[in-house]
Design a binder for this molecule. Structure first.
Ligand code: HEC
Ligand code: CU
Length: 252
């Protein structure tokens, strides 16, 4: 092989290997994806073990806004301790994410509205505060239509009818309910009872009788993102937490 032949070979090989490599590199790193890409960092509120970290706590950012129909790609990163990420109303959940690691989830924002995202791993005593909002805007809808949908209360099924809360105004039970609420419910319903719905709204709360509360808390509402509690909380605990939730609309 003389010098010219060798040079030619190098060029040919360079093209054969280089072109696909360049295309792959471009596709992977630069090609404008039509997915809306958002990085969300999880930082626990009890950050004593966070040497050198001076940023904000909780989910960063804690509000994300996308357009209806858009493909959304979220990269969730645990900054300090293990967190998990899920969105109510959307079938999005990462499972546990170890410190310094990240998980990427992709979904199509096909439902307009405001959805709560929250931490699924107990990360500190303030775990319940680890939540944020996904706002899916619907450009097509007029402002009136985009307003909060009418909040309707479905009919209680037979097996849950005619129940009465044995602890309605029982101070001790309400105190016990407060603890249960903080650990299990506040993540979506808010420490102050204002979250996915407003438990301080007396009119709305009055529409729900004890049977209704007990049914909803026991069986949940998977469609809307309310978990099932009957296998997690005893009957007594469910009534206690209901007694506590009820107090939001009477003391506030
Ligand atoms: C993962 C988030 C999440 C958690 C945790 C959660 N809820 Fe809910 N809950 C929801 C959603 C979403 C709804 C439906 C809101 C709606 O009707 O628009 C709901 C609805 C309810 C309702 C019915 C309200 C109505 O008007 O129909 C009750 C009662 C309720 N939750 C109680 C609880 C209690 C008690 C706990 C804790 C044991 C709890 N929730 C924990 C998300 C959650
Ligand atoms: Cu957490």
């Amino acid at each position: 092989m003389d010098k010219t032949e060798f040079a030619l070979l190098v060029i040919v090989l360079g093209v054969i290997i280089g072109v696909p490599a360049a295309i792959y590199y471009y596709e992977y790193n630069y090609r404008p994806s039509n997915a809306q890409y958002i990085l969300i960092k999880g930082v626990t509120y009890e950050g004593e073990n966070l040497i050198g970290y001076t940023g904000e706590k909780g989910w960063q950012p804690d509000t994300i806004t996308v357009k209806k129909g858009e493909t959304v790609r979220l990269k969730i990163m645990s900054i300090d301790v293990t967190h998990g990420f899920a969105i109510t109303g959307y079938n999005v959940s990462t499972g546990a994410i170890n410190v310094g690691e990240s998980e990427t989830v992709e979904f199509v924002a096909d439902k307009a509205g405001t959805f709560t995202f929250y931490c699924t791993v107990y990360c500190s005593p303030k775990h319940a505060l680890m939540r944020g909002k996904l706002i899916v805007e619907d450009d097509a809808a007029s402002p009136e239509v985009a307003e909060e949908p009418e909040h309707e209360h479905a009919e209680v099924p037979e097996e849950y009818r005619g129940l009465a809360n044995p602890y309605r105004d029982d101070e001790q039970a309400i105190a016990a309910g407060k603890v249960i609420y903080g650990a299990n419910c506040a993540v979506c319903h808010g420490i102050d009872g204002v979250g996915v719905i407003d438990f301080t709204d007396t009119e709305m709360v009055e529409e729900m009788n004890d049977s209704y509360w007990f049914w909803k808390v026991s069986e949940g509402d998977i469609e809307k993102g309310m978990p099932v509690w009957k296998d997690i909380l005893s009957e007594e605990e469910r009534w206690q937490v209901i007694a506590y939730e009820h107090a939001f609309s009477h003391t506030g």
